[in-house]
Ligand binder design. Structure first.
Ligand code: FES
Ligand code: FES
Length: 916
């Protein structure tokens, strides 16, 4: 084999193909770029994620590690080959039934690994499924529904139908876009790049803090004929972006100063082979490295250099909540607990790296990109480009996971600028290391907490001081610094509260939004305090939480009276029998074992749904055209959480037509209204309500036009629209109505902005219109010698108001638990050391225990059908439940996560020494 082009013949999905390429070309690239089989995904190009899993002669392999030359004369099967004559294979139908796909980026790899197993073992047991799928990572599902699907595949389940009319909201409806994800037809950020697109590669700083100059870049361009342009800071019309309107501190391309390792310095634009072949160290960039400011202590020291010149003390922002007088109250408390807890940088590790392309259309720019926030992207790119927002069109592709990491700009301004200047389509796809080094992380936190309770076990006072490391730029730091103080006392009634959150700049990765906005870190502290107090007062840990749980009628520390939908007590009641059983099981086990110990822990949480103390609207639109086509213009970005399905469920019932009647347009800023960001667990509540209002508005318009009255039935048949009511059938002559700019003649628009108020200087006000509540139990087994922790089981009770789609809610809870387990036990991002999925470990299928979910539906009167939201609540209770279980098993209160084995071993050693 050599790297000269050769003709390689093989069979793909039953067809003979002959490819002329060097024999060492990655098979994944051949499949995607030459054979246009983009169902095979690339998540790492390093053999770590399994997204590229295909079959060669029936056995699963990673296509990214397979050289083309190795498949000569062999039989290759990709996800596109599973479907036969339009009929999904049994494993695809089983995935469809069990919702084995969320974002769907891992799904082709999962399906191919399962296909390999099922061909050899048609009725596998669970251990065989875990073994066979162990090489494919999923960041969304928590794997349990995938396991269920594979176990069910042999039963040849039928394709799941959409729910009947009038029964959509609350039904276990299959994913609206599920079949596209199961067949490889869904187009993600890297899947639809035009053949004539130029390629953009970002040159990034190897230093965390440095000044730099560039030399003769024209000479570089002349030396590489395939290089069309080198972009520098000077090319960017307004070189600053950021989440908040008044904080645009992050340059698109650094201007002589880099503040973190991986910061963008230059962008090479040209033929793909050319820009990929130019080595960074051959470019004329002269860095003058300086000692970086690393960690909170260094950043807050008196002589610390400033990361941002206008932020003294490296303090980005401070948020606080103050009510009552905790210092005066602690002295009278029967029990007081204290502790300081620290967490690490955590990487989103979505399996789809950032990707997209832009093209110039006259005086407009069109950006096709994987994103969580189309309208915010539009407005940010407009600022950077100094164009009007209407000149920017964002067309979201399918999004292969976001979790907050795709709320910040990544490729968007770069491809837009290059396409604008060169008048050619320009694409950019981050590599895995680039995605990990350049994009945002979960804020590391140091949280000092003090909680006091009276002798009856009622909380009296709380003080929490939280510091979060926001890295080099603001990003979502203000959100975290403000959300943490509101949530830091936990979901409990406390009359005296002082909490504070401060975000501190460092020369470390930019910390941004990540499932929970700091609340998961705060929950680790408040739940440890609850365990401590319960122990001091000899009250059962679950019961102690129940005594203090927020209830309807309570006034929170921000002065907000809770009017409805506080289901924490119901969650705890539902968990109680499991709690008792788990204790009995652990005691039995521990009485017969020495080196391994079992423990049981519990974690509770509350989470304000939507943005904190600010307007947070969503707008939805639905229209009927002259040919009776009904189109849902859904502005929510579906990042795997399933809003493509749940929004349609709500709308369908509101209009009174079945789900499969609707055509959906998702997220295109030219066609849909602004539904806000897919973040803060807000879409089910806020956009769901807007969809309900849009549906009701359309229904009212249809009935009014028909001259019909409720109760009525809307009927679309043979391109005709009619309404049946008590007086008979009323036809609407659609052709006689005037179409709007989208061609619709009857339109419904809904808008919902949850009622909140600003917080005053003491954090008093109504930060959120509603809150999600949850409690989870973890059972763990700890090896005292090795320091390893295995999670054996999780029972999760969540008050979601109303489950718009119970199967989808369960999937969200499973996925959140998997990420919470990673946060507690595995995940620690270290710049320069864990920039790939080999060194940065996320939970794989074998790490996730059985999960029992209990849905509590304490209806929220403002939400669609009573729904709230579950995306972030799913993760928050898991780490404290696991840490509590470790403590129950070992007696060690862990104060630093992740609890890697060496850390737990050290803590156990310390405990033993302390006991002598
Ligand atoms: S892309 Fe091949 S293993 Fe990740
Ligand atoms: S569904 Fe598996 S990574 Fe998103």
């Amino acid at each position: 084999m050599n790297d000269l082009a050769a003709i390689v013949s093989f069979t793909v999905n039953g067809k003979e193909v002959a490819v002329t390429s060097p024999a060492i070309t990655r098979l994944a690239d051949v499949l995607r770029d030459e054979l246009h089989l983009t169902g095979t995904k690339i998540g790492c190009n390093g053999g770590d994620c399994g997204a590229c899993t295909i079959l060669i002669d029936g056995r699963q392999v990673c296509a990214c590690l397979t050289p083309l030359g190795q498949v000569a004369g062999r039989i290759v099967t990709t996800v596109e080959g599973l479907e036969r004559e339009g009929v999904l294979a049994p494993i695809q139908r089983a995935f469809h039934k069990h919702m084995g796909a969320q974002c769907g980026i891992c799904t082709p790899g999962m399906l191919m690994a399962a296909a390999d197993l099922l061909a050899r073992t048609p009725r596998p047991d669970e251990a065989q499924v875990l073994d066979a799928l162990g090489g494919v990572l999923c960041r969304c599902t928590g794997y349990r529904k995938i396991v269920e699907a594979v176990l069910d595949a042999a039963n040849d389940v039928p394709l799941q139908p959409m729910p009947a009319m009038g029964g959509a909201l609350g039904a276990r409806a299959p994913k609206w876009d599920g079949i596209a994800k199961l067949t490889g037809r869904d187009r993600f950020g890297a899947d639809g790049i035009p053949a004539d697109a130029l390629w953009l590669r970002v040159v990034r700083s190897p230093h965390a803090r440095a000044t730099f100059t560039t030399g003769d870049l024209d000479a570089v361009r002349r030396a590489h004929p395939g290089l069309a342009r080198i972009l520098t800071a000077r090319d960017v019309p307004s070189n600053g972006y950021g989440i908040y309107p008044d904080v645009k501190d992050q340059p698109v391309l650094a201007d002589g100063l880099v503040r973190y390792r991986g910061e963008a310095v230059l962008a090479l634009v040209g033929e793909r082979a050319t820009v990929e072949a130019i080595a960074d160290d051959t470019l004329p960039i002269q860095y003058a490295p300086e000692t970086p400011v690393v960690g909170l202590d260094a950043a807050m020291s008196a002589d610390a250099p400033l990361i941002q010149a206008d932020k003294p003390g490296n303090l980005l922002i401070e948020g606080r909540v103050r009510c009552g007088d905790p210092p005066a109250i602690f002295a009278g408390c029967a029990a007081v607990a204290e502790g300081t807890f620290e967490t690490s940088f955590v990487e989103h590790a979505y399996i789809e790296p950032e990707a997209g392309y832009a093209r110039r259309v006259g005086e407009r720019i069109e950006i096709h990109v994987t994103t969580q926030t189309p309208y915010m992207d539009r407005d940010e790119v407009a600022i950077v480009m100094q164009l009007r927002p209407e000149q920017i069109r964002i067309v979201p592709t399918a999004c292969g996971g976001g979790f907050g990491g795709k709320l910040d700009l990544s490729v968007q301004p770069l491809v837009a600028l290059a396409a604008w200047l060169l008048d050619r389509p320009v694409a950019c796809v981050y590599t895995r290391p680039e995605s990990m080094m350049a994009t945002t992380k979960r804020h590391p936190a140091r949280i000092a907490a003090r909680f006091g309770a009276d002798a009856s076990g009622l909380l009296q006072a709380v003080e929490v001081d939280a510091l979060v490391n926001t890295g080099a730029y603001a990003s979502w730091g203000p959100t975290v610094a403000n959300r943490v103080p509101v949530h830091a006392m936990g979901p409990y009634f406390v009359p005296h509260v002082h909490t504070r959150g401060r975000a501190i700049f460092t020369n470390e990765p930019v910390a941004g939004a990540f499932r929970g906005f700091g609340v998961p870190q705060a929950a680790i502290a408040h739940e440890a305090m609850m365990d401590d107090l319960a122990g001091q007062l000899r009250i059962d840990r679950l019961d102690f939480r129940r005594r203090n749980a927020l209830r309807v009628g309570h006034v929170t520390a921000t002065g907000q009276k809770l009017e409805a939908s506080c289901g924490l007590v119901a969650c705890l009641d539902a968990l109680e029998p499991h709690w008792r059983d788990a204790h009995a099981t652990a005691e039995r086990f521990n009485s017969a074992n020495g080196r391994t110990r079992r423990g049981v822990g519990i974690g509770c949480m509350w989470y304000g749904i939507g943005n904190t103390a600010m307007s947070n609207p969503s707008n939805m639109r639905v229209g009927i055209a002259r040919d009776a086509t009904i189109t849902f213009y859904n502005g929510c970005a579906d990042i795997g959480q399933g809003t493509n399905t749940t929004m349609l469920q709500v709308l369908s019932d509101a209009v009174g037509l079945p789900m499969d009647r609707f055509r959906t347009i998702m997220g295109d800023t030219d066609l849909t209204l602004d539904a806000g960001k897919s973040s803060a667990s807000r879409q089910a509540f806020v956009s769901g309500k807007a969809a309900e209002l849009a549906g009701k508005a359309l229904r009212a318009r249809v009935l009014e036009t028909a001259g019909a009255t409720e109760p009525a039935k809307i009927v679309i048949a043979n391109a005709q629209l009619s309404v049946e009511d008590a007086r008979g059938t009323h036809s609407i002559d659609l052709a006689s109505l005037t179409p709007d700019e989208r061609g619709d003649v009857l339109v419904g628009i809904g808008r919902f902005d949850p009622p909140t108020t600003k917080l005053d200087a003491d954090g008093q006000g109504v930060p959120y219109a509603t809150y999600g509540f949850a409690a989870q139990i973890a059972e763990v087994e700890v090896d005292l010698d090795l320091g390893t922790t295995k999670v054996l089981r999780i029972v999760a009770a969540h008050d979601v108001g109303r489950a718009l789609n119970p199967q989808q809610v369960e999937g969200q809870i499973h996925g959140g638990i998997a990420q919470g387990l990673g946060l507690a036990l595995m995940e620690e991002y270290l710049a320069g050391r864990t920039e790939n999925l080999h060194d940065y470990l996320i939970p794989s299928i074998g790490d996730i225990p059985p999960i029992e979910t209990i849905l509590i539906e304490d209806r929220e009167p403002l939400g669609p059908g009573g729904a709230k939201g579950v995306g972030e609540p799913a993760l928050i209770p898991t780490p404290p439940a696991i840490l509590g279980a470790i403590r129950h098993a070992t007696g060690v209160r862990v104060t630093f996560v992740p609890v890697l084995p060496h850390r737990l071993r050290a803590a156990l050693r310390e405990q033993r020494q302390g006991s002598f």
